[in-house]
Design a protein around this ligand. Structure first.
Ligand code: HEC
Ligand code: HEC
Ligand code: HEC
Ligand code: HEC
Ligand code: HEC
Ligand code: HEC
Length: 426
C-alpha cells in the first residue's frame, strides 16, 4: 500500500509538472505573439507616420482604409506588409503583382518609403497594431454610434483574465489532488491500523509550508512577480483615457459636418492656426448654415431644434425671438494645467494635420479622445517627427547649423529642444 501511495504521489507530481509545463508554454507562446505593449507602441507609430494617409476604417484618405487589409494582401500578411511598408517602391519594382495592383488602383499615388525612418521592430509593431486595431475606431468608421473601451484596456483585461483562469484551474486541481491523496492515505493507514490525524485545512496548510519551504518560497516569488508586473501596468494606465467620449447636449456629428459635407476643421476651430487653443465654435457660426438647414430627417431635425432653442431662433418666423442661452459642451480633451500645449506651434509651424493627434475626426459620430495625451506620447512624436525646414524664417539659422553637420539627416523636433522640460512645463 505504501508503495502504491509513493507511486501515486510520483505520478501526481509528474501530472502537476505537466500542467505547469503547459501553462508555461502557453505563457511563452503568448509572449511571442504581439503583446499589448507592442500593439500600443505600434499605435503611436501609426498615428505619427501613417494616419495622415490611412484610416483604420474602410474610408479612403490618401491611401486606402486599412480595415481588413490583413485579409486582402498576399499571405502571410506579416511578410508582405513588412516589405511594403519598408520600401513599397522596391516591392513594386520586384514585380509583385498585388503591390502593382494597389498602386494602379490608387491612380499611381506613391506611398512614403519608410526604409531608414522606421526600424524593423517598429514596422512589426505597426503591423501588429493594424492587425489589432482599437475597437472604437473600427466601430465609428463603421457608422455605429456606440463606442466602448479601448484596445489597450480591453486586451489588458483579457490577459489578466487568462492568468486568473489559469490560477483558478490550478487551485481546483490542487484541491482535488489533495483530497485524493488524503483519502488514499486514510485507506492505507486503516489497513496498517494507524489512526489518521486530520489536521484540517489551515493546520494542514501550515504543516505543508513548514515541510516544503522551497516550494513555498518559489510560489511566493511567482505571485510577487505577477503582482508587481500587473500593478506596474495598472498604475501606468491610471487617468490615461483614449476612447473617452462624453455625451453632448446636442448630438453634433463630425462625420456629417467634416465628413459628408466636407467643412474644413479650421472653419469651426479657427483658433488652432492662430493660438494655443483650437476653441469650440460659437452657435453664431452654426447659424451661418442652420438658418437655412433644418435637417433632412427627424433625428437631425430634433438635434438642430436644440440649436435653434439655444440661440432663440424661430424657424417659422425666420427671426430671433427668444433670449439665447449657451450650450454646455462637455470637454473631451484635458491636459493637466502644468503641461503647456499650443495648437499653432503644431498646426501652423509644424504643419501637422489634426489627424495626427485627433484621429480621423471626419468619421466620428461622437467626438472622442483619440491619443493617450501622456507625456510619453508628446515625447515620442517629438523624437520621430522631422521639423519643417522650408519657409520658416525664425528657425532658418538654427536649421542651417544643424543641417551643416549632416545634410542627409532629418532634424527631429527632439533636436530642436522638444525634450526640454521647460518647453512644456513652466
Ligand atoms: C503619403 C501618404 C501615405 C503614408 C504616410 C502611408 N501610406 Fe500606406 N499607402 C498610401 C497609398 C497612396 C497606398 C496605395 C498604394 C499606392 O498607391 O502606392 C498605400 C497602401 C498601403 C497598404 C496596402 C493597402 C491595401 O489596400 O492593400 C498598406 C498595408 C499601407 N499602405 C500601410 C501603411 C503604413 C503601415 C503606413 C505607416 C508606416 C503607411 N501606409 C503610410 C499612402 C500612404
Ligand atoms: C461645423 C463645425 C465643426 C467642424 C467643421 C469641425 N468641428 Fe470639431 N467640434 C465642433 C463642436 C461644436 C465641438 C464640441 C462638441 C463635441 O465635442 O462633439 C467640436 C469638438 C471637437 C473636438 C473635441 C474638443 C474637446 O472637447 O476636447 C475635437 C478634437 C475636434 N472637434 C476636432 C475637429 C477636427 C479635427 C475637425 C476636422 C476634421 C473638426 N473638429 C471639424 C464643431 C466642428
Ligand atoms: C500635436 C498634436 C495636435 C494637433 C496636430 C492638433 N491637436 Fe487639437 N489638441 C491636442 C491636445 C494635446 C489637446 C488638449 C489641449 C489641452 O487640454 O490644453 C487638444 C485639444 C483640442 C480641442 C479642444 C480644446 C481646445 O484647445 O479648444 C480642439 C477643438 C482641437 N484640439 C481641435 C484641433 C483641430 C481642429 C486641429 C487641426 C487643425 C488640431 N486640434 C490639431 C493636440 C493636437
Ligand atoms: C457650413 C455649414 C454648417 C455649419 C457651419 C454647421 N452645420 Fe450643422 N449641418 C450642416 C449640414 C449640411 C447638415 C446636414 C443636414 C441634413 O443632411 O439634413 C447639418 C446637420 C446638423 C445636425 C444634425 C446632424 C447631427 O450632427 O446630429 C446638427 C445637430 C447640427 N448640424 C448642428 C450644428 C452645430 C451645433 C453647429 C455649430 C457648431 C453646426 N451644425 C454648424 C451644415 C452646417
Ligand atoms: C504628432 C506629433 C506631435 C505630438 C503628438 C506632439 N508634438 Fe509638440 N511638436 C511637434 C513638432 C513637429 C514640433 C515642431 C514645430 C516646429 O517648430 O517646426 C513641436 C513643437 C512643440 C513645442 C515647441 C518646442 C520648441 O522648440 O519651441 C512644444 C512646447 C510642444 N511641441 C509641446 C507638445 C506637447 C505638450 C505635446 C503633448 C501634449 C506635444 N507637443 C505633442 C510634434 C508633436
Ligand atoms: C513635449 C512636452 C513635454 C516635455 C518636453 C516634458 N513633459 Fe512632463 N509632461 C508633459 C505632459 C503633457 C504631461 C501630462 C501627462 C498626463 O497628464 O498624463 C507631463 C507630466 C509630467 C509629470 C507628472 C507625472 C505624470 O506623468 O503625469 C512630471 C513629473 C513631468 N511631466 C516631468 C517632466 C520632466 C522632469 C521633464 C524633462 C525631463 C518633462 N516633464 C518634459 C509634457 C512634457
Amino acid at each position: 500500500m505504501n508503495k502504491l501511495i509513493t507511486k501515486l504521489q510520483k505520478s501526481l507530481a509528474a501530472f502537476l509538472a505537466f500542467v505547469f509545463a503547459l501553462v508555461f508554454t502557453t505563457i511563452t507562446y503568448a509572449a511571442d505573439a504581439p503583446s499589448a505593449a507592442n500593439i500600443a507602441e505600434g499605435g503611436k507609430l501609426f498615428h505619427a507616420n501613417c494616419a495622415t494617409c490611412h484610416s483604420l476604417g474602410s474610408n479612403k484618405v490618401t491611401g486606402p482604409g486599412l480595415q481588413g487589409v490583413t485579409d486582402r494582401v498576399p499571405a502571410p500578411y506579416q511578410d508582405w506588409m513588412f516589405k511594403w511598408i519598408k520600401n513599397n517602391a522596391a516591392l513594386r519594382k520586384s514585380g509583385d503583382a498585388y503591390a502593382n495592383k494597389v498602386y494602379a488602383d490608387n491612380n499611381g499615388v506613391a506611398m512614403t518609403v519608410f526604409d531608414g525612418t522606421l526600424t524593423d521592430d517598429q514596422i512589426k509593431n505597426i503591423i501588429a497594431y493594424v492587425a489589432n486595431p482599437p475597437k472604437e475606431v473600427a466601430q465609428t468608421t463603421g457608422g455605429e454610434t456606440s463606442t466602448t473601451g479601448s484596445a489597450k484596456t480591453e486586451s489588458g483585461v483579457s490577459d489578466k483574465w487568462i492568468v486568473l483562469l489559469i490560477i483558478g484551474v490550478l487551485l481546483i486541481i490542487i484541491t482535488v489532488l489533495r483530497t485524493v491523496r488524503k483519502s488514499l492515505l486514510t485507506v492505507a493507514n486503516e489497513k496498517k491500523g494507524i489512526p489518521t490525524v486530520d489536521m484540517g485545512f489551515w493546520k494542514g496548510t501550515i504543516h505543508w509550508i513548514k515541510t516544503h519551504k522551497v516550494h513555498f518560497a518559489v510560489i511566493n516569488i511567482f505571485l510577487f512577480a505577477c503582482f508587481v508586473t500587473y500593478g506596474w501596468e495598472y498604475l501606468w494606465g491610471i487617468d490615461v483615457t483614449p476612447g473617452y467620449h462624453p455625451s453632448q447636449p446636442i448630438n453634433f456629428r463630425h462625420d456629417v459636418h467634416a465628413g459628408q459635407n466636407g467643412i474644413a476643421c479650421i472653419y469651426c476651430h479657427s483658433g488652432a492656426e492662430k493660438g494655443k487653443v483650437a476653441g469650440i465654435p460659437t452657435l453664431n457660426v452654426c447659424m451661418n448654415c442652420h438658418k437655412g438647414i433644418q435637417g433632412s430627417n427627424p433625428d437631425f431635425q430634433k438635434e438642430i431644434a436644440k440649436v435653434y432653442d439655444a440661440v432663440g431662433w424661430d424657424p417659422q418666423k425666420a427671426a430671433y425671438t427668444k433670449a439665447p442661452h449657451p450650450v454646455k459642451w462637455n470637454r473631451v480633451h484635458v491636459l493637466p494645467d502644468f503641461a503647456y500645449f499650443n495648437h499653432s506651434q503644431h498646426v501652423s509651424v509644424g504643419k501637422l494635420d489634426c489627424k495626427n493627434c485627433h484621429g480621423d475626426v471626419a468619421s466620428f459620430t461622437t467626438d472622442q479622445q483619440f491619443a493617450p495625451l501622456t507625456m510619453g506620447w508628446c515625447i515620442d512624436c517629438h523624437r520621430q517627427t522631422p521639423v519643417q525646414m522650408q519657409g520658416n524664417g525664425y528657425y532658418t539659422k538654427l536649421h542651417e547649423a544643424l543641417m551643416k553637420q549632416d545634410t542627409s539627416r532629418k532634424v527631429t523636433e527632439a533636436e530642436m529642444g522638444g525634450l526640454e522640460c521647460g518647453k512644456c512645463h513652466y
